[in-house]
Design a protein around this ligand. Structure first.
Ligand SMILES: [Zn+2]
Length: 416
């Protein structure tokens, strides 16, 4: 009986992990097929023949690296979640559950960093450097890795404490309290994302001038009093450009990458901010953050099952269920495929929000400048001009460029 439970549990974990690989391979196959299809007319002239060949090489290399990275994490996860290594580690470590949690988070983050660092090194210093995007120095690269690891351990540990506390207080009924605790904490952290960004980048107020006056007037007319508009030193890491409205509530922040500021016209930048202003007006960041909290439902449900059915923990060599084991399994990658599936409807909502924000920029009088900025942004980052529709439906949080251009064109035809 016990052997059959063990086999069944490990088989279910293995299927969940392998379905993540199947999902990645499906995306890879669809994208590979799409590469040879002719480009939609509205984006066909963005790359010339040489640039298109360059994009194909860039796309093939980044895709291959992502497959290799996915393959390595799959092997590590199969080793962690289909063997008894977690229980061996659990009993080998000294102290109670909380001390063990700190040590396990430190060990696992160290292992994660050692695995991901070579992949990120190849991405930045080989691929991005070969195509002229990389600006990051080895010193900043290492500093980023250390900061990410420290922030990761702290956030993981706080979430673990919330789950641990909920179990200590409510026993078998800990799920609801744990879910609410995690949601409040993660929402607060997302709201304060602008504070975390300061660990990695410098933010300086946008200089006085025509652009600043135009942007401040645009936000003021829409009823938003801005504390400031900040320029982020993105060029420290990449040549790619962007802008965003981050944070929630009083932590809201308007940020422009220095790359965008230095290489785009004032009209193009204003069009990008008209789009960002729409996200503010429609409270899109808050809505998407709230939606994303639903990702924790299957995680908490899995932890509850792992605590209620002792045979599962015993299948992995534990004498009895442990919150640390349940936490690590549920957050550790076994449920990645479930997260991927949950994100499909969220991405669909996100693409709808992007279309609404583009329409708002058109209504504000920036249709031409928006199209010009989007074409440039896609070209400058060697973006895929014609992603497979199924890949878009499964993974994209923005509509493809040709759809955004078609939307702006349609709006112009209707209103001219
Ligand atoms: Zn947007």
């Amino acid at each position: 009986m016990k052997a059959s439970v063990t086999n069944m549990t490990k088989t279910v974990f293995l299927i969940l992990l392998l379905s993540q690989l199947a999902f990645r391979l499906l995306l890879h196959r669809l994208s590979a097929k799409q590469v040879d299809k002719p480009l939609p007319e509205s984006v066909a002239d963005i790359y010339d023949a040489d640039e298109y060949a360059r994009w194909r090489r860039y796309n093939a290399k980044t895709d291959m690296l992502s497959l290799i990275s996915g393959g390595i994490s799959l092997i590590v996860n199969i080793f962690l979640f289909c063997t008894n290594v977690l229980s061996w580690l659990y009993y080998a470590l000294p102290g109670g559950e909380i001390a063990k949690a700190i040590l396990i988070f430190l060990i696992m983050t160290g292992v994660d960093t050692l695995i991901s660092l070579p992949i990120e090194y190849v991405f930045n210093f080989r691929i991005e450097a070969e195509f002229g995007f990389n600006r990051i120095t080895p010193a900043t690269f290492l500093a980023d890795a250390v900061k990410n690891a420290v922030v990761g351990v702290i956030l993981n540990f706080v979430i673990f404490l919330l789950v641990y506390g909920a179990y200590a207080l409510f026993g078998a009924y800990f799920g609801i309290a744990a879910f609410l605790g995690i949601c409040i904490f993660v929402f607060a952290m997302s709201a304060m994302s602008s504070v975390f960004m300061k660990l990695f980048n410098k933010f300086t107020p946008l200089e006085e001038g025509d652009l600043r006056t135009t942007l401040c007037t645009m936000f003021a007319e829409a009823g938003f009093r801005l504390k400031d508009i900040y320029v982020m030193d993105a060029s420290k890491r990449t040549t790619k450009a962007n802008a965003y409205c981050g944070g929630i509530g009083k932590f809201k922040q308007i940020v422009i990458f220095d790359n965008l500021l230095n290489h785009y016209s004032d009209a193009e930048i204003t069009a990008v901010f008209a789009h960002e202003l729409a996200h503010f007006k429609h409270r899109d960041t808050t809505k998407m953050t709230l939606f994303s909290l639903l990702n924790f439902l299957p995680i908490v449900a899995m932890m509850t099952v792992l605590m209620l059915v002792p045979e599962i923990a015993q299948s992995f060599g534990f004498a009895e269920p442990s919150i640390l084991f349940a936490f690590y399994v549920a957050f550790g990658g076994v449920l990645d495929i479930v997260g991927r599936l949950i994100s499909i409807p969220f991405n669909c909502i996100s693409r709808a929000m992007e279309r609404k924000a583009d329409t708002f920029a058109c209504q504000s009088g920036y249709a031409d400048a928006l199209v010009s900025a989007l074409r440039k942004l896609h070209k400058d980052s060697l973006a895929d001009m014609n992603p497979h529709p199924t890949v878009v439906a499964l993974t994209a949080n923005h509509p493809p460029l040709h759809e955004r251009i078609a939307l702006a064109d349609k709006w112009c035809q209707k209103h001219k």
